[in-house]
Design a protein around this ligand. Sequence first.
Ligand code: SF4
Length: 434
Amino acid sequence: MRDYATQMEAARKGIVTEPLRSVAEKERMTVEELLPLVAEGKVVICANKNHKCIDPQGIGSMLKTKINVNLGISRDCKDYNVEMEKVMQAVNMGAEAIMDLSSHGNTIPFRRKLTSECPAMIGTVPVYDSVIHYQRDLDTLTAKDFIDVVRLHAQDGVDFVTLHCGLTRKTIDQIRKHKRKMNIVSRGGSLIFAWMCMTGNENPFYEYYDEILDICREYDVTISLGDACRPGCLADASDVCQIEELVRLGELTKRAWEKDVQVMVEGPGHMPIDQIAANMKIQQTICNGAPFYVLGPLVTDIAPGYDHITAAIGGSIAAAAGAAFLCYVTPAEHLALPNLDDVKQGIIASKIAAHAADIAKGIRGSRERDDRMADARRELDWEAQWECAIDPETAKAIREDRKPEHDDTCSMCGKFCAVRSMNKALAGEHIDIL
Ligand code: SF4
């Protein structure tokens, strides 16, 4: 029987839990270094007490940047086993978290399969599931219905839930007054906005926040405070709707911490490069250092088909400036449901962004693999290069496809290979170019 409710409460009581010990080891930190960060809310360890097979991870700007992959059952892919295979592939490719955004049929079996078989952190957006779970029109759902779904997800072992608690009736006026180009692009945010407009009620996730905190405390579910007003285009970035919501998310963060409930705060969105670092600083200040979970940021609006790249550029800048958690974006963003190849492209792009940021932040051990790669390249040791590569399969396939004349170079420069020439010159050997 544990004598704490959440990882935050344990840390505040000075209890070193198994998940905390495991995270400290992964991050090459001592438990003494990690404990105060969890106690202060600067690091979250998303580990629902009912997710028994979890391999715990910490999320915080002073730790390795983590990435999330969105998957789930949909009308076009309703086979649990096929979707589970995608989940495990994503985990093998380095995803630390899977958000189950299932949008079809009975979502309970797949969610329970995830929390009984998948070692990654599992997140959900209960408001999506509310509509599917009850199979009723949005405006017939009650505040209690929404909260009951949060409880169901908590009981099922979900480690973090995105809740758009910062959207209030004031937001409706703001959206109408400050005409945005893209209004609200958050799927969950738009559902709550629509529900509030149709029923005339306050956002249930805001109005009954204390009840939600009690549920999250009981199961140790981390709240990911959703940013319903995240900018959906560059023109809406850092506008009054986004910042006003962020201020409320700061207040809600403090209220959660009063009950030892762990919190992350979600962030933009579409954003020009020159605004990203400032946004990270504002969030850190307003939300007292709570981990920032960014959805991109996408640094231009004009690259459909390549938004894994626009998001990786923004994600690396954001993480280097303080974001802790990146939501992957695939080439299919804004266009279609991602297929397996899109998922792979999205994961690799996010891993590169996260890793590049970790090097810039000086995260312990983050550059070791790069240094091993440099050694392997200098030695023209191709096998060692594959071992260091983020995606060895693609790297090998490209080399195989365009084989060099001589095995010790590549077909890019052939005998003009600078590495080979330098190795030979420094060893006092003759260099044959022709
Ligand atoms: S041939 Fe050119 S690109 Fe290829 S390894 Fe040598 S220097 Fe690098």
